[in-house]
Design a protein around this ligand. Structure first.
Ligand code: SAM
Length: 250
């Protein structure tokens, strides 16, 4: 009781939710959802009938007060967003801060996240990545942000982007990182039209332009690192293997 659960929900496939998340959603007094209609679909699919209130970007402050009042009455609340993990390019941070400040328990219930889902199946071999989330909507500002990330050349850079800004965003990435930079587009993850496409920036733009259907849906963009950090290590390993081979060859 008096706990705020931060519950990750699916990013497409309604079955991508943990048993623990379902138990929590069914057991709490109230679910705070970004859009009641969207979460209702998930709850109906799993036959959950918990009462809901809204908490979104524009009412987070007032909704937080309501939730804190509920916690004060020994109630438990689950926070969910439309998809994925709350607080990751989604509301939740302000509420969680206030709940912690008042001394109530906050418990995460982990699950889907579009960035990690995309990275996990991208095939990019990288020990390091930077999750940026959404870039600014305006091109000038976006280019400045991209410039500021240029020095992180040994990291995979992960972005979220809306479909209507996809091509202009890729044009700015090309201007900043050059047309040869490798990029993976992860589209409609866990859904019917799930697609992964990897090429250089030039190649990805041509592919998108050749098929407008590929410009629809939800996207994660992953820019590959330029210099793998462990280059030196790999070449040492290669040298060692060559040495052993030479030793054992007749
Ligand atoms: N909190 C979410 C998470 O944990 O991933 C992210 C929410 S953010 C408002 C929505 C963005 O996440 C979309 O615009 C898209 O960039 C990305 N996204 C969410 N679901 C996706 C999916 N199924 N496939 C690809 N990208 C997705």
């Amino acid at each position: 009781k008096s706990t705020l659960y931060v519950v990750a929900t699916p990013i497409g496939n309604l079955r991508d939710i943990s048993l623990r998340a379902l138990e929590v959603l069914a057991g709490v007094d109230v679910i705070a959802a970004e859009h009641i209609q969207i979460t209702q679909r998930l709850l109906a699919f799993h036959a959950i009938h918990t009462k809901m209130i809204t908490l979104h970007q524009h009412n987070e402050r007032t909704a937080s007060e309501k939730i804190i009042a509920m916690l004060a009455e020994q109630k438990s609340v689950a926070l969910v967003t439309d998809a994925g993990t709350p607080g990751i390019s989604d509301p939740g941070g302000l509420l969680i801060n206030q709940v912690r400040e008042r001394g109530y328990q906050v418990t995460p219930i982990p699950g889907a996240n579009a960035a990690i889902c995309a990275l996990s199946a991208s095939g990019i071999v990288t020990p390091h990545f930077l999750f940026y989330g959404f870039l600014p909507a305006k091109s000038g500002e976006r280019k400045r942000k991209l410039e500021s990330l240029k020095s992180l050349s040994s990291c995979t850079l992960i972005f979220y982007e809306a479909p209507h800004r996809l091509l202009e965003c890729l044009a700015d990435m090309t201007a900043v990182f050059g047309a040869c930079r490798q990029i993976t587009i992860a589209r409609e993850l866990t859904k019917l039209f799930e697609t992964f496409y990897t090429s250089n920036l030039d190649g990805v733009v041509s592919w998108l332009q050749s098929d407008e259907n590929q410009q629809k849906g939800e996207f994660v963009l992953l820019l590959s690192p330029v210099e793998p950090e462990n280059d030196a290590e790999i070449s040492e390993q290669v040298k060692h293997t060559l040495y052993i081979l030479m030793e054992s060859l007749p």
